[in-house]
Design a binder for this molecule. Structure first.
Ligand SMILES: *Cc1c(COP(=O)(O)O)cnc(C)c1O
Length: 454
């Protein structure tokens, strides 16, 4: 072990005179040294590539702990957190209802390989709030949900073709990792090394917010009903309704990927907000209360094609995990309908403050709001509306990077990517929103000088 940087364990921390989890003093590693050590053990030092700071420069802060709206790195620096685990956390970090539910569940055992009451209750809780989900199958990630939904749709229809939209993100599912086409619907090309042409040979990519005309070869259309991975882009009036009608016309299934919007936009998700009923819905993020989870829900006659009832295989050692279902139930329990009205108000208020701060500093940025979700568009084209991926790509990534770094220096953590959403949760009370707004005004002034210098 000699020559290695000591990890932030109880012994080194106590020896250095600070708390075991929040290191502030000598003898404990900085975020930078710990991250360098991580890079020798983990490719790129991260377990999800979007966490790397590649597009914004610098290196990630290494988190010791978090509480409410705050996240504290191992050096003891506190940031007001707008990442909130990319939306998986909605009650705020280390919410007492979640930590109590998880510790109670853990003391009963962490995984069994047999049915449990909590997974039944979570499936019921989802079905109760999202009526299109007459049956719900729980699994471990949003990625697993989208890949299972695709397999299910193909199995049900006996067709192979999938239609997806440029700029929508459905996790690391081979069939959906297609290069974003622009213009008319095109056959997808692999969006990453390691995805064979064959895996995407039946995937078509269409522009968002235009209803593609389908043929009877199409098994399913999968869509983010509010696009939240290319900034935050609302569905134009008629888009989701049009998809529903076009799917019905050719006998294809409509899959809503509500991994972000589910239980974040409204109790009933985007499908309730826009009044369009999909055949299959994918969930993740919020339904696990910050623990690993995913779910596929849908009409009973569709869902009963899943094994063991039907021919479409699905299984998972940790599916319906006791800790994740306990945390998910605790989260849904707090998410009464009035919470969404409050979160929408806060989202609108935050966007207005950030927008004003940027405007008064002369930093070009816009903060589109869809319900509880806030996005950011930076640069000369920021004033133009964003309806699809081509529009979204006009955002100035280097302007975003400058703003991101200035915000971090002001003590506000955003997701390190120009296309990520800003996640407002229950911990972002008015005083926190005001602090973030003030930080944004100062950060925008700094970002302007950074851009001038480059
Ligand atoms: C995050 C996300 C996924 C993937 O979920 P994971 O749990 O990260 O696998 C899928 N779809 C959308 C819309 C997402 O935002």
């Amino acid at each position: 072990m000699s020559g290695m940087i000591p990890l932030c364990d109880a012994e080194t921390c106590v020896a250095a005179g600070c708390s075991p989890t929040v290191c502030t003093g000598a003898g404990v590693p900085s975020s930078q040294t710990l991250f360098e050590r991580s890079c020798a053990a983990i490719p790129g030092g991260v377990n999800s590539s979007i966490r790397a700071f590649r597009s914004v420069g610098g290196e990630p802060y290494v988190v010791a702990r978090a509480d409410g709206a705050s996240i504290i790195d191992i050096e003891g620096t506190t940031y007001l957190d707008l990442v909130q685990s990319y939306g998986a956390v909605i009650l705020g970090h280390a919410h007492p209802a979640i930590t109590a539910a998880v510790s109670t569940a853990a003391s009963d055992g962490t995984s069994f390989g047999a049915p449990t009451p909590r997974e039944m209750k979570l499936a019921e809780a989802i079905a109760e709030r999202v009526p299109s989900c007459e049956r719900v199958r729980l699994m471990n990630s949003g990625t697993e949900a989208t890949s299972t939904a695709i397999r299910l749709a193909r199995g049900v229809t006996g067709r192979d073709r999938i239609v997806t939209f440029a700029g929508n993100f459905h996790g690391a599912t081979d069939a959906l990792l297609v290069a974003g086409g622009s213009g008319i619907a095109t056959l997808g090309l692999p969006g990453t090394a390691g995805v064979p042409n064959a895996a995407v040979a039946e995937t078509m990519v269409a522009p968002y917010n235009v209803v593609p005309s389908l043929t009877d070869e199409v098994a399913a259309v999968i869509v983010e009903p509010v696009a939240a991975n290319m900034g935050v882009v609302a569905p134009e009036p008629g888009f989701l309704q049009g998809l529903r009608a076009e799917c019905d016309r050719v006998g294809a299934l409509l899959i809503f990927d509500e991994v972000i919007t589910g239980f974040r936009l409204a109790s009933g998700g985007a499908q309730a907000k826009y009044g369009v009923v999909p055949d299959i819905t994918c969930f993740g993020k919020v339904i696990g209360g910050g623990l690993p989870i995913g779910a596929v829900g849908g009409r009973a006659d569709v869902m009963e094609n899943l094994s063991p009832l039907g021919p479409v295989f699905h299984a998972g050692t940790l599916s319906g995990n006791p800790l994740a279902t306990a945390a998910g139930l605790a989260a849904l329990d707090q998410l009464t309908p009035d919470v969404y009205a409050e979160l929408s108000m806060r989202a609108g208020h935050l966007a207005a403050l950030m927008s004003d701060g940027c405007a008064s500093a002369g930093f070009p940025a816009r903060f589109p709001v869809v319900g509880t979700l806030v996005g950011i568009v930076c640069g000369a084209e920021a004033a133009n509306p964003v309806r699809n991926f081509d529009d979204a790509r006009t955002t100035d990534e280097s302007a975003f990077a400058a703003f991101f770094r200035a915000m971090l220096a002001e003590g506000v953590a955003m997701a390190p990517g120009a296309y990520e959403a800003i996640f407002v949760g229950l911990a972002h009370v008015d005083s926190v929103i005001d602090q973030i707004g003030a930080a944004a005004a100062r950060a925008a002034a700094v970002a302007v000088t950074m851009l001038d210098d480059s």
